[in-house]
Design a protein around this ligand. Structure first.
Ligand code: CU
Length: 149
C-alpha cells in the first residue's frame, strides 16, 4: 500500500532548513550550549501545538507538544521508520515530551499555542529529544495531525 504524502510548502521549507542546519550552524536560532561537543543523530523542524508547558518548580510536568507527522524521521539505525507493511512513514503525529535548553525562554508561550520548532535527536545520550529553536505561529495556522490517505 502506497500513501501519498502531502507536504505543505511551510513544512517543506522547514525540512529544508533542518537539512541546512546540519551544514550551516547559522540557520539554527538557538544553538545549544550544553550539546556543543555531542553532535545530534538527526535534526527536525516541524509544526506543533503546545499541550503542556514545563514547570521548573514541578519537574514531573514535561513539555508536551502535539507534533505534525515527520515523514523523514529516522530510527536508531539511521533509516526512515517503517510501518507494519514496510512502508517508510517516519513518525506519525502524536503528543510527545521534549526537553528544552535551560537557557530557552518559554515565558511567551502558553498551552494551545501553535509553534514551529526544531529539535535534535540523540539516541545514545540524554536528552534524547532536545528543542533548540521555537517560534510562535499565527493562531489561524492550519495544523495537520492526521496522515493523508
Ligand atoms: Cu513523536
Amino acid at each position: 500500500m502506497i500513501r501519498s504524502l502531502k507536504i505543505s510548502p511551510l513544512l517543506l521549507s522547514a525540512l529544508f532548513c533542518s537539512l541546512a542546519v546540519t551544514m550551516l550552524p547559522a540557520c539554527s536560532k538557538t544553538p545549544s550550549n550544553t550539546q556543543k561537543n555531542n553532535p545530534p543523530d538527526a535534526i527536525y523542524t516541524v509544526k506543533g501545538q503546545i499541550i503542556q508547558l514545563p514547570d521548573p518548580k514541578r519537574p514531573v510536568l514535561e513539555f508536551q507538544i502535539h507534533h505534525e507527522p515527520i515523514p523523514n524521521f529516522t530510527g536508531m539505525d539511521g533509516s526512515i521508520v517503517q510501518d507494519g507493511d514496510d512502508n517508510p512513514v517516519g513518525m506519525n503525529a502524536m503528543i510527545m515530551p521534549f526537553t528544552t535548553d535551560k537557557n530557552m525562554d518559554l515565558s511567551p508561550f502558553k498551552p494551545n499555542d501553535k509553534i514551529l520548532f526544531t529539535f535534535e535527536v540523540r539516541w545514545t545520550t540524554s536528552p534524547r529529544m532536545l528543542i533548540t529553536a521555537i517560534e510562535k505561529l499565527p493562531d489561524n495556522t492550519e495544523m495537520i495531525f492526521s496522515r493523508p490517505d
